[in-house]
Design a protein around this ligand. Structure first.
Ligand code: HEC
Length: 122
């Protein structure tokens, strides 16, 4: 009897681990965790690379406060009429969904000039 309960405990633990791994994978697949670095590279960098006439912007161009101000107050105004030739000529404000915007915002702030890990985004 005792032996049986040990076996079933082990089995239940095993199922739990498998189940959790399954949930983690599902989350990745559904794209809930967007990669801000990749998005920044794909959606911001092409227009803001070194020598760009729009200005060069990488996460470490600004300190955290400046990024917050930019994303929260200035993003919509400064990019309202900007069309993106790198993505089928869509309007920048249409192509970047709120989820993508949040991931990019987090990435820029996490790697701002005064963050613990300043970054250019590669
Ligand atoms: C299709 C090109 C394009 C894309 C894509 C784009 N921008 Fe811009 N960005 C511009 C232009 C044009 C300006 C205005 C430049 C000016 O006013 O001289 C600008 C201005 C800016 C500024 C300066 C704003 C200010 O207050 O003067 C920042 C910061 C910026 N962009 C960051 C970003 C970030 C972050 C992304 C990605 C989420 C992005 N941009 C995507 C074209 C683009």
């Amino acid at each position: 009897m005792r032996r049986l309960s040990i076996v079933s405990t082990v089995m239940i633990a095993g199922f739990l681990v498998l189940g959790l791994a399954g949930i983690a994978t599902a989350e990745k697949d559904s794209g809930q965790k967007l990669d801000g670095r990749k998005l920044f590279k794909e959606y911001c960098k092409p227009c803001h690379t070194e020598g760009s006439e729009n200005g060069e912007y990488t996460p470490m161009t600004y300190i955290q406060d400046q990024w917050e101000e930019f994303f929260d107050d200035d993003w919509k105004d400064t990019h309202a009429d900007v069309v993106d030739p790198h993505h089928d000529g869509q309007k920048v404000l249409d192509e970047i969904t709120p989820e993508m915007f949040k991931a990019i915002r987090d990435f820029a702030i996490d790697h701002a000039a005064d963050s613990e890990h300043p970054m250019t985004c590669g």
